[in-house]
Design a protein around this ligand. Structure first.
Ligand SMILES: [Zn+2]
Length: 168
């Protein structure tokens, strides 16, 4: 399915972090599903072609595979609007399910740390504006290798990254 699932307890509003973001309307308990990503399975070749056209609606799900929209018209129903934060309240269970890492109160913006999902290496860079005291300012696709983050997000990394951490 191209459409992603977003809990009816969450809604998209303008975000102080970046553009639009997903916010809790009602409270989430730790472990509760916030969203499930849908979309096309996107290989590297396709990714290179669509990356700049789909408004960062994709997420990475395996080495060299992504899931998300491939056409602009699919973005609105596909994008989860989960902004990056260096002090997030949402993590990943499996590869496409986003769950509350802790209890979340109404009106909190729902965020995850892109280190949980992206292994784009150091050519993939995001300037962070999350304003948390733990803000790394510059986020890269190598951040999942950071031992501090590995401890902090244990059990909340995408399964393919979690597998890789076991092998290192
Ligand atoms: Zn930050």
């Amino acid at each position: 399915m191209i459409q992603s699932y977003i809990s009816n307890k969450a809604k998209v509003f303008k975000s102080p972090i970046h553009g639009y973001g997903l916010f809790a309307l009602r409270r989430f308990l730790k472990g509760e599903i916030v969203a499930i990503k849908g979309g096309h399975i996107i290989d590297e070749k396709t990714f290179a072609r669509i990356e700049t056209k789909v408004d960062e609606s994709y997420i990475q799900i395996e080495d060299k595979f992504y899931i998300g929209a491939v056409k602009k018209s699919e973005v609105r129903g596909n994008k989860l609007f989960l902004n990056h934060s260096c002090n997030p309240n949402v993590g990943i269970r499996g590869q496409v399910t986003f769950v509350a890492m802790r209890n979340i109160k109404p009106n909190e913006e729902l965020t995850y740390d892109w280190a949980m999902e992206n292994d784009g290496g150091d050519h993939w860079v995001l300037q962070c504006n999350c304003r948390k005291t733990t803000c790394r300012k510059v986020i890269t696709g190598d951040d999942w290798k950071n031992p501090v983050l590995q401890r902090k997000y244990r059990g909340f990394f995408s399964a393919y990254i979690q597998e890789r951490m076991k092998r290192r």
